[in-house]
Design a binder for this molecule. Structure first.
Ligand SMILES: NC(=O)C1=CN([C@@H]2O[C@H](COP(=O)(O)OP(=O)(O)OC[C@H]3O[C@@H](n4cnc5c(N)ncnc54)[C@H](O)[C@@H]3O)[C@@H](O)[C@H]2O)C=CC1
Ligand SMILES: O=C([O-])CC(=O)C(=O)O
Length: 349
């Protein structure tokens, strides 16, 4: 979590829990934190399990719905024993998907297969596109107003697939569909702070474009705090490391999957930002892959202000260094082809 993310809320809850009055506890939750249901699809997986743990820990969640095609009873029983606000329920198999989704405010989707060494994210398309399509058909039916956080790869294609499914169902709201690119930001912050010897907790780095290889474009020229400790070569190396961050983990795991723990952290951070936006907390800004007019591409990741209806404002790119301008031009062809592939898949049959 962002270091201060839950601290203030927890201290209020703790003060209230020390009071003998359960009335005080109830009124705190209803006034400051409305009821919010979060569903996680793929909850028993490598990302799903730690993400379920982190969402159970989030005081903004009142109901946590854990869905997977296997393994959810155990995960739900385990997580449900934690003494935090959210009531946890596990759901398994198609016939329970409707109940898992009904009433959800936020649906997080880490369902699907991860990479093995030597694969690109696009190599996951054949399996994950179908999984995502099926889950989005159910979302359109059972919780058409939910905010959707798409984690399943290739994000550059799965988000367009979701948008087409929702369009066909007549439920598409472009303000409520997000590709989760938070892990790119998390990595860029960590690598930048490490190289520049800065306190990472105060560091921010926007990352724009998409979520695969060269489509991931960290904007170190806009990093804060700025530093003159880094050479052009350092910036090139930091950019490459951020773009290859996923592959670094895939290779280190040597066939046992891709990033799960850092992704669960990033996914929890982004879901928390969406919940805060829905609850009317002002000035919540995160990078995300959304329907966009920032470039000529129909979807693009950039800074997005989150509000009561999802996307409140999409920020422009700001001023870019020559190196970043070059990177922006380089990424467009690959990103366009991944978007087109998703759209075409969703419209087959
Ligand atoms: N957006 C991002 O930054 C990142 C995305 N990912 C992606 O997240 C996805 C999941 O990764 P892991 O959790 O490591 O994989 P995993 O294989 O450990 O877990 C995936 C889970 O999805 C479940 N699943 C499969 N089909 C399903 C369906 N139809 N409905 C519900 N659940 C279903 C599986 O049973 C499994 O429990 C992968 O596609 C991976 O590439 C991973 C890291 C970062
Ligand atoms: O690299 C992968 O396959 C998983 C992923 O998206 C990431 O870690 O950024």
């Amino acid at each position: 979590m962002r270091p201060s993310m839950f601290r203030s809320v927890f201290s209020v809850v703790r003060r209230q829990e020390s009071s003998s009055s359960s009335v005080i506890r109830r009124s705190f939750f209803s006034e400051a934190n409305p009821e919010r249901k979060v569903a996680i699809l793929g909850a028993a997986g490598g990302i799903g399990q730690p993400l379920s743990l982190l969402m159970k820990h989030n005081p903004l969640v009142s109901s946590l719905s854990l869905y997977d095609i296997a393994g959810t009873p155990g995960v739900a029983a385990d997580v449900s024993h934690i003494n935090t606000r959210a009531i946890v329920k596990g759901f398994m198999s198609d016939d329970q998907l409707g109940e898992a989704l009904e009433g959800s405010d936020v649906v997080v989707i880490p369902a699907g297969v991860p990479r093995k060494p030597g694969m690109t994210r696009d190599d996951l398309f054949n399996i994950n596109a179908g999984i995502v399509k099926g889950l989005c058909i159910a979302i359109a039916k059972y919780c058409p107003n939910a905010v959707v956080n798409m984690i399943s790869n290739p994000v550059n294609s799965t988000v367009p697939i979701a948008s087409e499914v929702f369009k066909k169902a007549g439920t598409y709201n472009e303000k409520k569909l997000f590709g989760v690119t938070t892990l790119d930001v998390v990595r860029a912050k960590t690598f930048y702070a490490g190289k520049a010897n800065l306190d990472v907790s105060g560091v921010n780095v926007p990352v724009v474009g998409g979520h695969a290889g060269v489509t991931i474009l960290p904007l170190f020229s806009q990093a804060t705090p700025s530093t003159n400790a880094l050479s052009n070569e350092d910036i090139v190396a930091l950019t490459k490391r951020t773009q290859d961050g996923g592959t670094e983990v895939v290779e280190a795991k040597a066939g046992k999957g891709s990033a799960t723990l850092s992704m669960a952290y990033a996914g929890a951070l982004f879901a928390d930002a969406c919940l805060k936006g829905l609850n009317g907390v002002p000035d919540i800004v995160e990078c995300s892959f959304v329907q966009s007019t920032v470039t000529e591409l129909p979807f693009f990741a950039s800074k997005v202000k989150l509000g009561k209806d999802g996307v409140e404002e999409i920020h422009g790119l700001g001023s870019l260094s020559d190196y970043e301008k070059e990177g922006l031009e380089k990424l467009k062809a690959e990103l366009k082809s991944s978007i087109d592939k998703g759209v075409a898949f969703a419209n087959q049959s």
